[in-house]
Structures are given as C-alpha cells and as structure tokens.
Design a protein around this ligand. Sequence first.
Ligand SMILES: C[S@@+](CC[C@H](N)C(=O)[O-])C[C@H]1O[C@@H](n2cnc3c(N)ncnc32)[C@H](O)[C@@H]1O
Length: 454
Amino acid sequence: MSKNLIYMVAINHDSSEYKNTDYSQYSIKSWEYWCKRNNVDFMLVTEHDDRLGKPIWNKELIYERADGYDKIGVVDSDTMIKWDAPNIFEMYDDEFCGVLDNVNLKWVHDSLQVYGKFFDGINVDIDEYINAGVLFFTKKHLSLFKDILDFYLKNQEELDNWNKGGGKEQTILNYHLKKTDFKRKFLTPSWNLLGMHKKQMFTHNWQLNEDKTPFFVKYGFIWHFTGFGIPDRINLMKQTWELFEKHYDIDNIKYDKILDLTRHRDVEKSTTTRKFKKDILDTFLNDKFKDKVLVEIGCHKGNSTKYLSKIFKKVYAVDKWHLDKAKEHCKDCDNVEFVKANLYPYRKGDGSIQNAEDWGDFLPSNVDVVFIDAGHEYQQVKSDIENALKLWPNVSFIFDDYGLPPGEVKKAIDEHVEEGNLKISKFIGDSADDLISAANTKFIDMEGCICNLM
Ligand SMILES: C[S@@+](CC[C@H](N)C(=O)[O-])C[C@H]1O[C@@H](n2cnc3c(N)ncnc32)[C@H](O)[C@@H]1O
C-alpha cells in the first residue's frame, strides 16, 4: 500500500497584518479529518525557515521533508476539503496533477509576462497554467520544488522586494514545471474550486425550495477561499466551518463512511437525523448483533435500510409505498429483503374497512430487533408494538419520532412502559432543541429511543 502525505504551510508571520491561524484553523481541521479518514499523513508547518522571506517559500521545502512518501499533496492554508471527498491519491498514477487557473485570464497573462524575464525561451500557455494552491504528485516530482527553491535563493533579493504584481510562487512554479518532461494531469475544477464568489457558488438553488446546500459544497471537493480580501476569507471559512463542523467529527470517523452513504433528516423529511443513525451504529455495530435480524417497519426510500444493512446479518424492510426508490437506493445491499404490506386498517372507497395484514404472514419468526417507523398515530404505534411483542417476545425496539408533536408516538410508548411491556434502555438522536428537520417540525422531546435492549 502506498504511503501518502498532505503538506501544508500555515505560519503566523509579521509580514502580514493578519494572523494565518485566523483562517487556517478551519483549513487544518478539515484536512486533519480527511487525512485521518483516508489513512493519509498530514504534515503541518507552523515554523518559518529564517533563510526565507515570505512564509510561502516554505512550501518548496517539501522536497526535503517528504522522505518515505509515495504520493504527496501540497495544499494552501486557505483551502478546505469536503469531509467525504474521495481519496485523490487513488485517482492518479505518476502524473503531476493540478487544476487550471482560469478565473482571471488577464491576471494570468500579466503574471506570465512579468516573470517571463527569468525564463527566456520558455512559453507557458494560458490553458496549461495551474493554480499552485492545490497540487498532487509523486516522489519523483520532488526535484521540481528543489529547483524552485534554488531559483528563489538565487534571486532572493529581487523576489523578496518584488513590486511588479503577478503573485509570488505560482507563476514561477508553472515556468519550472514547463521545463520538465513530467506527465501532467489536469484535475476537474472540483479539486480546487477557484473564484467561488465570481461563480456564485456561495448561493443555492432557491427555486427548488428543498435543498439549501450551497453550490460549492454540492459540487466541490476542495474549496479555495481566494480572490477576495483576508477579512472576507476569515469570515467565509469560519461560517463554512460552523455550518458543516458536525461532519468533521474525528472521534466518529469509523461511522462516517457509512453515514455518508445515505440522507438525513435535515434534507429528507421522512428519515432520521444523522445523530440518530450514529447512535444506532454506536449501539448495534458490534459482534453481538452482526448475526442478528432486524425488521424495519416503514422503510420509505431506504435511507435507514441502507446503513442498517451494514450492521445486521439480514434486514427486512416493510412499506406499502416507495419500494422502487428504496430498492434503487439499496441496490448494492445484498442482505435486504423488501416486503410490500399494508400495516394498518383503512376505509376503502366503498366505505368498507380493509384490515391490516397479519405480520406473521409476511415476516419471519426469528427477529431480534424491530425498528418502528411507519404510522405515527397513537393507535398505529400501539398496534406495531403489540404485533411485535406477539411475534417476537424478546425483541429489542428502536423507535423514531418519540418526541414528534403532538406526542402520539410518545403516548403509545410511555403507556407500554407503564404497563411493563417496554423498558426504555436509552434515548437516541437529537434533543428537541438540536433537531433540524427538513419539515420544519419543532419536537417536544428526544427524537427516538431504544427499548428492551438485549
Ligand atoms: C417516516 S417514513 C419511514 C422512514 C424510514 N424508516 C427512514 O428512517 O428513512 C414512514 C413510512 O411508513 C410507511 N407507511 C405509512 N403507513 C403505512 C401502511 N399503512 N402500510 C405500510 N407502510 C406504511 C410510509 O409509506 C413511509 O414510507
């Protein structure tokens, strides 16, 4: 297996009136999380090498610091990586990878002009000019950074006092890269989302009125907060962190890959929160339950079915509607059986009553855990509990929507607790204050509970 490294320079330095940490703190937390999740080492440089002028030249020192690594990424401290971005190191072989920087072509053109005097006879084309803030390459490319550092040291006085514009090391890197015979790979813009404000990426599709996720989060893997002043950068990175911080929970990394496979209550009305699902994983993802059978009463589009299938040996998912969507969402889960059934009596068009189907007719006798999440009226929940206890006297219960107003689910559960049929083992999911629901429902109690935990 290859050993890979992300290298970031984040130095507070008196050459800037702002502290780098004012914004890099968010960058660092995002990269730390992603590296841990993808088994990549993270090298953070916070000490300036006094041989150098501005902190940015510390990036070049990667050539002497990446010993023992196969693939390397150099990322600027004004970038953040999306929590579930794929492992980029698995997406290239031996190429030098970057994203074209074409946000401001005049700036690129002028920069190539002013630095061109150092690179006689070398022509970098505008459509091969990459942004230096996010680079991925291999150990065989490290010599490039030594060449750039040598170039800098040779021209240090001029470069440290440079007043002709055109940035600092990016154009120099592009000229040096052009001198090599490295095979190059231009990554899609999502791997270094530049000019986000110009592309209106901080907004969302308000016409749909259903998903308020900003475009940069939806369509980008690495967000580059550049092209505006540092106070704006600090603000935007801080806001981004505060909005999505919950996805970067290093302590729960072991669950995140599973939780990212499915949708949660903040964007999908008829499922549970991420926290609810996490609590289920925390309780059941272990040796004790890996050979057990779960029934989900009311599976809707399979948003819970999918992660439950990673916990239990077999999952039966019951619903009267939505099964096509649920099957599609769970098409890679080979231990799920979908069951179409009508769970409650209802009045037909001719006024007669259609009885509910008998659970024993469509569910097996060896069920260990039942997840009750279909009808939310008192009578419906009460009958679900009674049906389950009748068929499987020792079953453990998971209930969603304990605190759903006006309290019918809670009433049915509490009554059975009082009667001694159920014992609440723990409350799970979000509290009434924390719960964010796409349906805008204000809960009156905890989101869910587990009863009779075996
Ligand atoms: C809240 S959703 C289930 C969400 C799912 N458990 C999850 O976590 O993503 C409730 C489901 O119960 C189903 N349902 C309601 N009444 C039903 C009935 N009479 N028979 C079968 N399914 C029913 C609905 O079709 C709906 O898909």
